[in-house]
Design a protein around this ligand. Structure first.
Ligand SMILES: *Cc1c(COP(=O)(O)O)cnc(C)c1O
Length: 470
């Protein structure tokens, strides 16, 4: 397997060369040069595998330059009952016949991002050790991604994490999750500003090539290909759990922001998994819903992104979306290059009336949008009908999923976080606090530590230079 750029400007690379950086040197995204196809016989054979064996079957097709025995042991160390709470890792709960909840949020930070990032942490450690290299990860977070990344990298040899967060602007739970980590390779930097300030600082520092090279700075953002590959596994696992044989097809409803999660569903479908529909659910920040309905992709101004009660889906543009467009364009880099050039110049593009729109119509994607009121109603009705409390993001997915449900096709709604992370919205919907998993009782009382800095890229640079791995 070799990896190429969606914009055509990168010589084919093996997996370990693209592991750390999802962005190609030409500004495109790294993608596999083809999707391995599985036959019905392959699927039938994979149906009864446990999570680890299934993960190896799928990941070894994308990761073929790590020795199989090493990859097996990385997977075995990653997907454990201790880390994910059950043998199934991503259990499927049936709400009613034909309606399922895919539980992806039982990892250490109670969000689906753990499934990919826990693997990434072990892959990074392995590859860096082989190369005798070190890596300093720099990132900005408004809550979920930062904690997932820190829990994945804590205690890892050869890796340090510098995570910027807006001081006093995360929930008490999210703050405690991050700032209570005591591993010496985790550096939380609270910035006296908002999330956009944090992100600007990261961009500024990453734009200083000399500094970036000197300190071997890297990122773990959602365009990382290994994250997408890790997520492909649970689409297979859920399909097998919801069906009896390979004749059956299913639909997935996915709460979407940067398009990483549902892109993995698209990849699974390209590999031959019988998926009839991939249902994209957005919140009020509906840049993706607009595209799938109209063919128009209009990135939003930062100022136009509204803060919602499903905050992990508050995006101005969907960073992984370029990978889907590449496939819709029959993997023609020139088409992608032209569209993204137009996006840069004009802030958007419109593919309606082009061959791409025709391709889109025959693709499996449908979409919908959910609002705060929908979220509240859905959390309430699912709690009343099925005795299950879902988080606001998951509620967006269920709302849009049910609106696009087809009779006779099992609908799998993807759970992306546990309700305890968003207690305020749950209290608004149900009049009570969400249940807290036992391991998280007293989390906010643990001692916390972080550095506090102003909105000042030079101060952050100085901090990194003082604490980074050489
Ligand atoms: C990150 C996140 C999402 C959005 O996932 P994408 O892969 O960015 O589309 C949805 N829900 C929760 C809880 C998340 O943390």
């Amino acid at each position: 397997m070799r990896y190429v750029s969606t914009r055509g400007g990168m010589p084919p690379q093996p997996f370990t060369s693209i592991l750390i950086e999802g962005l190609a040197p030409d500004g495109g995204l790294v993608v596999p040069d083809r999707y391995p196809r599985l036959t019905t016989q392959d699927l039938a054979r994979m149906r009864h595998l446990g999570y680890q064996d299934l993960a190896f079957e799928i990941l070894s097709r994308y990761i073929d330059d790590i020795a199989p025995a090493d990859l097996k042991s990385i997977i075995a160390r990653t997907y454990t009952v201790a880390t994910f709470g059950s043998e199934e890792i991503t259990p499927l709960a049936t709400l009613e016949p034909g309606l399922h909840l895919l539980r992806l949020a039982n990892g250490p930070t109670l969000a689906f991002k753990d499934i990919a990032l826990q693997l990434l942490g072990n892959l990074f450690e392995h590859v860096l050790a082989k190369e005798g290299a070190t890596l300093n990860i720099l990132g900005a977070t408004s809550g979920d991604t930062g904690s997932s990344a820190e829990y994945a990298m804590r205690g890892k040899r050869g890796i340090s994490v510098f995570m910027l967060s807006p001081r006093g602007r995360m929930t008490a739970f999210q703050t405690a999750q991050m700032y209570a980590l005591s591993e010496p390779n985790i550096f939380n930097i609270a910035i006296e500003g908002v999330f956009d300030d944090c992100q600007d600082i990261v961009k500024k520092i990453a734009g200083d090539r000399e500094f970036k090279r000197r300190w071997r700075l890297g990122a773990v953002n959602s365009i990382n290909w290994a994250r997408v590959a890790a997520q492909v596994v649970y689409y297979f696992k859920a399909y097998f759990a919801a069906t009896r044989n390979e004749e059956e097809a299913v639909a997935f409803a996915v709460p979407s922001g940067n398009f990483g999660n549902i892109l993995a569903g698209h990849v699974a479908r390209q590999m031959g998994l019988p998926i009839r529909r991939l249902i994209v659910a957005t919140n009020e920040n509906d840049v993706l819903d607009e595209f799938f309905r109209t063919g128009r992709y209009m990135a939003r101004d930062f100022a136009k992104v509204v803060a919602t009660s499903s905050p992990s889906m508050d995006i101005s543009k969907a960073s992984n979306f370029e990978r889907l467009v590449f496939d819709l364009a029959d993997r023609d880099p020139a088409t992608v290059l032209a569209l993204w050039d137009q996006l840069d110049r004009e802030g958007g593009f419109d593919v309606s009336g082009t061959p791409l729109a025709a391709k889109l119509r025959t693709s499996s994607f449908v979409s919908g949008r959910s609002t705060h009121a929908d979220r509240i109603t859905t959390i309430r009705s699912i709690a009343e009908k099925h005795r299950v409390v879902v988080d606001p993001h998951t509620a967006d997915g269920i709302k849009v999923g049910l609106a696009n449900r087809e009779p006779g096709v099992p609908l799998i709604c993807v759970e992306t976080a546990l309700p305890v992370k968003f207690a305020q919205t749950i209290a608004e919907a149900l009049g009570r606090e969400p249940e807290r998993p036992r391991a998280y009782i007293g989390l906010e009382e643990l001692p916390q530590r972080c550095a506090v800095l102003g909105v000042d890229a030079d101060a952050v640079k100085a901090y990194i230079a003082e604490h980074a791995l050489a």
